[in-house]
Design a protein around this ligand. Structure first.
Ligand code: TMP
Length: 198
């Protein structure tokens, strides 16, 4: 059985680029949420479109969970069963931080709602990239998607909810400061992960 590794963090943490490099280094299947499957790609367009400004928090959480259910069934479980490692850019912990924390649905409610989608499978390791708000802002795209445009207070709650999740699940979480250069962050991720590799 391979290892299921998720990269997590707020906007501008550099996690998508780090996920690519890490997957190459591990010869892992590289994937992402939302959008890691054909169904997920359609859901991602809907979820992130700036033309869809008001989606109720519960509908947003359920669409993220639908993406996740498909992703687990079609990509993550088959790859792990075939002995491959999986590196995923985001996971259920994004739903806990964004929908549970920042949208105010509550971490416990979002966690239990996702149990059905996950069918018992959680990431073995969550690499949390923590960027300071100034660095995150400087790395943001000029045309933000719907969630990126949600405002500083929203993103502050995302960051504090991630920090709480890390405190409550220290065995699963590895946290790395994302403020340094790309190469330094890459090295820090590898040093933190290496002892956990089978
Ligand atoms: P990305 O910017 O990492 O590609 O992620 C897409 C956006 O979707 C990002 O703003 C975080 C958000 N998101 C949630 O709100 N809940 C989730 O469960 C996931 C997976 C992503």
């Amino acid at each position: 059985m391979g290892l299921y590794i998720a990269l997590e963090g707020g906007e501008g943490s550099g996690k998508s680029s780090q996920a690519k490099v890490l997957a190459r280094r591990l010869d892992a299947v590289l994937t992402r949420e939302p959008g890691g499957t054909p169904l997920g790609a359609e859901l991602r367009k809907l979820l992130l479109s700036p033309d869809l400004p008001s989606v109720s928090a519960r509908a947003e959480a359920l669409m993220m969970a639908a993406d996740r259910a498909e992703h687990m069934a079609v990509v993550v479980e088959p790859a792990l069963a075939a002995g491959r490692h999986v590196v995923s850019d985001r996971s259920v912990y994004s739903s806990l931080a964004y929908q549970g924390g920042a949208r105010g649905l509550g971490v416990d409610a979002v966690r239990s709602m996702n149990e059905f989608a996950l069918a018992g499978r959680l990431p073995d390791v969550v690499i949390l990239l923590q960027a300071s708000p100034e660095v995150a802002r400087s790395r943001m795209k000029s045309l933000p998607d719907r969630l990126e445009a949600a405002g500083q207070r929203f993103h502050d709650v995302v960051a504090s909810t991630y920090a709480e999740l890390r405190e409550s699940e220290p065995d699963r979480f590895v946290s790395v400061s994302a403020d340094a250069s790309f190469a330094e962050v890459e090295t820090a991720i590898w040093s933190a992960l290496e002892p956990r590799l089978p």
